[in-house]
Write a protein that binds this ligand. Structure first.
Ligand code: PMV
Length: 330
């Protein structure tokens, strides 16, 4: 048995995932495209211990809630089954950024856990299998297995074996910087899993959302390939606003933004009108992510910092693949 420590970076989607076609297997209803964020990451260490009588989880140095521990155990059960291991796991996980505030902590967490737990259980999964396991934990986690520009495939098979992410381009393809304007550090009220299900069941925009997604994916793939900033900006903002329109039109409506988020949307567009190449995207939370070529990052950062309601700005280049940091025999 081994104690294994791994690191995985968070990611943000440029073409969004919202909605599941199978809740048990956690299969997405739409494909998605993301970029991996170098400076926002999770580090997780795992070992299986025959003396323990249940799985144990520490998050950011504190014993986790029972809800989080149950979610962990369900995931670890899959790894145990695949590896033929019966022991309970000791899991310590640290995020270097706010948890559950729309910064995709579940993405880096489950990608990291899939890598560390599988290796600690004696498995040597390839990236396809890691992505598949990560996806069962959280849809966006499938993408955090890879660095750079990543596409999460919709997949056709009922068992979900082809619903995995694959890398489109490495981070060296295009020198972009992501600036995250933190407008609130509170935990969000409705997580993405519950939010998506509410939208699927109640939003009249759900069907057109699912039907229009394939075009966005194809256009985004091409725009990234050609490094066509204008086009990437246009598709990313379209996909983001479409996702939030879908969420807003759920019943009861899901409002992930606060006033500052809305002000920042206008500010980013104002910057673009002034000739600064920058666009925004927003996940299921109030933080706005501004994306620009790295040459413009200092300028965009200083403008964002001037805006009332912005608590701080995090700045990150694109990140790499999930990796093992330490492995020790115990
Ligand atoms: O992976 P989840 O269940 O946390 O869902 C992620 C949903 C969004 O972040 C809003 C969009 C996306 O594609 O990452």
């Amino acid at each position: 048995m081994k104690k294994v420590k791994a690191r995985a970076c968070s990611n943000i989607a440029l073409v969004k995932y919202w909605g599941k076609r199978d809740t048990k297997l956690n299969l997405p209803a739409v494909a998605s495209i993301s970029i991996t964020l170098d400076s926002l990451f999770t580090e997780t260490s795992v070992f299986f211990d025959q003396k323990q009588t249940s799985d144990r989880l520490f998050l950011n140095g504190e014993k986790s809630t029972e809800k989080d521990r149950i979610r962990l155990s369900k995931f670890i059960d899959l790894i145990r089954k695949r590896a033929g291991v019966n022991d309970f796991a000791m899991v310590e996980s640290i995020n270097n950024f706010p948890t559950s505030a729309g910064l995709a902590s579940s993405a880096s967490s489950f990608a990291c856990l899939a890598l560390a737990a599988s290796r600690a259980a004696g498995l040597n999964m390839d990236n396809d299998e890691l992505s598949l396991f990560a996806r069962i934990g959280s849809g966006s986690a499938a993408r955090s297995v890879y660095g750079g520009f990543v596409e999460m495939k919709l997949g056709k098979r009922e068992d979900g074996s082809d619903a995995v992410a694959h890398p489109l381009f490495s981070r060296d393809h295009w020198d972009l910087t992501v600036l995250i304007a933190i407008t609130s550090e509170e935990k969000k009220k409705t997580g993405s899993t519950d939010g998506m299900e509410l939208s699927r069941k109640t939003s009249p925009y759900y069907k057109p959302w699912v039907e229009s997604s394939a075009d966005d994916i194809q256009d985004m793939r091409q725009a990234i390939k050609e490094k066509d900033f204008q086009k990437v900006a246009e598709i990313a903002e379209f996909s983001c606003l479409k996702m939030h329109a879908l969420a807003l039109a759920s019943n009861p409506g899901l409002i992930y933004w606060n006033g500052t988020t809305v002000d920042l949307i206008h500010k980013v567009r104002e910057m673009r009108d002034m000739g600064i190449p920058v666009f925004f995207t927003i996940d299921a939370g109030p933080q706005l992510k501004a994306i620009c070529p790295s040459d413009y990052a200092a300028k965009v950062e200083s403008i964002l910092l001037e805006q009332p309601g912005v608590k701080r700005v995090m700045k990150t280049p694109l990140g790499g693949d999930a990796t093992i940091l330490e492995e020790q025999d115990i």
